[in-house]
Design a protein around this ligand. Structure first.
Ligand code: DAH
Length: 342
């Protein structure tokens, strides 16, 4: 290989610098550089050829090539910096973000109205010294019925359309089986509340196959029906306002004797009669009574010495009364717009 003359080298450098300056993108710039300084680039090959050059010319050739290489590298670096700055500039311009714009706002969730009411109800009773008891939603027939004094084949079982699960267990139809679980464990005197989901094969504007109940029991040597009424009055007034009234009607439950159902004055019309209460002025709310001695005995509690009251009512029903809802299903349809209004 014959070595290049100084003039040829100057020409080579000029072309390289022109290509570098003309490159309008990073890939093109890299391409231009590799034509000169890449593995097969013109300057690289010339450098490689020095050994074969005329010994008298080697020093000159080496110096000129290295200087040219340095200058080209410098132009390349400048161009590269300029192209990269331009790219960032463009990026900033195109993705302009106005940090002073008002935000769209984070909407925070809230507890479901039934949960809110449940907590409020439990707080009322814990304030009176009641403890909290809990039990499973899949129950035995014994706890849900038999120990509560529903004999097998007793027609009272029809009052509660039961969902059975495989193996003879059932979805509890009320929170009352937790009475059994708790009373088998506790020594009188005691008082406790239970809340939770219950299930019945039932559907209507006021009934859903799944709903919530709150249940309470108080057992002592002299607990009376008067205590029960006093507590339920205080409870109703706490939930629905000082002016609500309660009405007790004699009724029947296998696990209480005597038994009563109670209604609350319709808060919508204050008892005058309206569409919400079917013109009666009253809304049915729950059941109660004195715990049947046989239920106490099923829990190894001395029914000669101890007596107590029990009550149970729907939490969803209370939510309907409190919030004036036309249907229980509003509570269970996951429409945040409706739940927010409540
Ligand atoms: N368990 C009854 C029901 O779901 C409600 C009830 C009535 C509960 C009387 C009680 C009670 O504790 O004493 O229909």
């Amino acid at each position: 290989m014959t070595s290049r003359t100084s003039q040829e080298l100057a020409e080579l450098e000029r072309e390289a610098v022109e290509a570098i300056e003309a490159a309008d993108s990073l890939p093109r710039l890299l391409e231009a550089r590799s034509q000169v300084l890449g593995r097969k680039g013109t300057i690289t090959e010339s450098l490689r050829g020095i050994g074969a050059a005329d010994p008298a010319d080697r020093a000159r050739l080496g110096r000129e090539l290295n200087l040219a290489k340095q200058r080209i590298e410098a132009r390349f670096a400048d161009r590269r910096a300029a192209l990269e700055a331009g790219a960032r500039e463009r990026e900033l311009r195109e993705h302009r973000l106005d940090v002073t714009l008002p935000g769209t706002g984070l909407r925070s969730g809230h507890l479901h109205p039934v949960t809110q009411l449940e907590r409020e109800m439990v707080a009322f009773f814990t304030g009176l010294g009641f403890s909290i008891e809990d039990g499973p939603q899949v129950e035995t027939d014994y706890n849900n019925f038999e120990a509560l004094n529903f004999p097998p084949d007793h027609p009272a079982r029809d009052m509660q359309d039961t969902f059975y699960v495989e193996g003879g267990n059932l979805l509890r139809t009320h929170t009352s089986p937790v009475q059994i679980r708790a009373m088998q464990r506790l020594e009188p005197p005691f008082r406790f509340v239970v809340t939770g989901r219950v299930y019945r094969h039932d559907f209507g504007p006021r009934s859903s196959p799944m709903f919530h109940q709150i249940e309470g029991v108080m057992v002592d040597e002299r607990t009376s029906f008067g205590d029960l009424k006093g507590i339920l009055y205080a409870f109703a007034r706490q939930l629905f306002g000082a002016r609500v009234d309660l009405r007790f009607r004699a009724s029947y439950f296998p696990f209480t004797e005597p038994s009563a159902e109670f209604d609350v004055t319709c808060p919508n019309c204050a008892g005058a009669g309206c569409g919400t209460c079917s013109q009666s002025g009253w809304i049915e709310w729950g059941g109660c009574g004195m715990v049947h001695p046989r239920v106490l005995e099923n829990c190894q509690i001395d029914a000669e010495r101890y007596q107590g009251f029990a009550f149970g009512m729907g939490i969803d029903r209370a939510a309907m009364i409190r919030f004036g809802l036309p249907s229980i299903h509003v509570l269970f349809e996951p429409d945040a717009r409706i739940l927010e209004q409540i």
